[in-house]
Write a protein that binds this ligand. Structure first.
Ligand SMILES: Nc1ncnc2c1ncn2[C@@H]1O[C@H](COP(=O)(O)OP(=O)(O)O)[C@@H](O)[C@H]1O
Ligand SMILES: [Mg+2]
Length: 220
């Protein structure tokens, strides 16, 4: 399939828990195509962040393979991973992870080599023009998360990964933030994966998987 962006094959991951090994991901397979918005739900501690961090090349699986846009990236040497992350992946973290000493617009220009016009277009598209010259400390939680989303979209990465993007937001703001991710996937033909335990935003996803005992179960 040519338009497959993310292909995770037979991913295993376990952590040592005292004397025992605890299997967090148990032969997980996941395929996400361009233009598709996938949600993965499951209770706290079930392995959602572990899965997303492996998809985002921030953590190695114990075994299995990761393909991005047809390239087996998990086989590449570790020092290439940073470049792959920067070019192919936009990551939205649970706690925004904005840099405190940069204004909102500057958070993006680090990535876009100061292409002011493109940043302005992106901010206005997301309805956050007014935040351009604000520091994170002066923003609300929802505003910070929207800037973090703009940053993830700015690099034109083929894959968007979002780890509980609504965790710190009320239901209206949470819904709005997830709408932004859905729109980016549909309009710009990106692949997006969101992990969450927030059932209120699942209506926006094209596909939903449930994480159960280290496996993904198709639920829509
Ligand atoms: N670096 C680590 N070392 C040991 N155990 C870990 C580590 N990271 C996560 N875990 C454990 O793996 C399980 C899954 O964690 P996580 O992927 O963060 O779950 P979720 O994001 O669904 O809440 C948890 O029980 C957690 O304690
Ligand atoms: Mg988590």
């Amino acid at each position: 399939m040519t338009n497959t962006v993310l292909n995770m094959k037979d991913i295993d991951k376990s952590y040592r828990d005292g004397e025992a090994q605890r299997m967090i991901l148990d032969h997980v397979n996941l395929t996400v195509r361009a233009g598709e918005f996938v949600a993965i739900v499951g209770p706290s501690g079930c392995g959602k962040s572990t899965l997303l961090n492996i998809a985002g090349m921030m953590l190695s699986p114990d075994s299995g393979e990761i393909e991005l846009c047809g390239q087996v990236v998990s086989a590449l040497p570790k020092k290439k991973w940073t470049q792959i992350r920067r070019e192919m992946i936009g990551f939205i973290f649970q706690n925004h992870q904005l840099l405190p000493y940069l204004k909102a617009g500057e958070q993006l220009s680090v990535l876009l080599k100061s292409d002011r016009k493109k940043i302005q277009e992106l901010f206005s598209e997301l309805g956050i023009e007014h935040l351009m010259n604000q520091y994170p400390a002066r923003m609300s939680g929802g505003e910070r998360q929207r800037v973090a989303i703009a940053r993830a979209f700015a690099s034109d990465a083929a894959l968007i990964l979002a780890d509980e993007p609504t965790a710190s937001l009320d239901s209206e703001r949470g819904h709005h933030v997830v709408e932004m991710i859905q729109m980016e996937a549909h309009k710009r033909n990106k692949a997006a994966v969101m992990v969450t335990h927030d059932e209120r935003v699942l209506d926006l996803a094209d596909k939903i998987y449930q994480m159960e005992d280290g496996k993904l179960v198709n639920s829509r």
